[in-house]
Design a binder for this molecule. Structure first.
Ligand code: FE2
Length: 179
């Protein structure tokens, strides 16, 4: 279950109803897919073959098509990151800059953990959304954010796109953001 940390106050928001209500208010979609549906050998596997990726997509085919149908996503794929990913540290450095996209950034976590850092409304400021397997999030088009891994540096997620070109990152220079 996702947890929120408000960066300005260090306040944490926990519990499905509170997390969903908070994210709703910030226009961030939050849903849940059942993590135990995934075959057990894939629940802790972070270096994936094409067959593994196909198995994950097949497991969540109904959830993917339901979400895509409601929100006009046309394509989807799997991203897997772990210590075995070549140049992981460089990749993470590239990720860790506030940016926007011209379409939603959708991630359904199927294994591991990760954090979206998102710019909320003026009163809220930046907040962290700590995600684990089963958490599904969509950061709206144009909303400044970035993504990083948690300490164990392991994640597998389904990504959904309207068109992959829409996911090109536009840097967002924000003097209000302090890491
Ligand atoms: Fe992004």
């Amino acid at each position: 279950m996702a947890e929120i940390r408000l960066r300005n106050t260090d306040e944490r928001i926990q519990g499905e109803d509170k997390v969903r209500a908070f994210l709703d208010k910030q226009n961030v979609l939050y849903e849940h897919w059942e993590p135990s549906k995934l075959p057990e050998h894939l629940q802790q596997k972070f270096s994936l073959s094409d067959e593994d990726k196909a198995a994950i997509l097949a497991t969540y085919d109904a959830e993917i098509r339901d979400l895509a149908g409601r929100r006009s996503y046309k394509t989807w794929d799997i991203i897997a990151l772990s210590e075995s990913t070549p140049n992981l540290d460089e990749l993470l450095k590239k990720f860790e800059n506030v940016h926007t996209h011209t379409e939603d950034e959708v991630r359904a976590i199927t294994a591991g953990r990760g954090i979206f850092i998102i710019k909320g409304d003026d009163e809220t400021g930046y907040f962290d959304v700590e995600l684990e397997a089963g958490d599904v999030i969509s950061v709206p088009e144009g909303q400044p954010h970035f993504f990083t891994l948690m300490d164990n540096k392991q994640i597998v997620a389904v990504r959904l796109f309207i068109e992959p070109a829409g996911w090109v990152a536009q840097p967002y220079a924000d003097p209000a953001f302090a890491k």
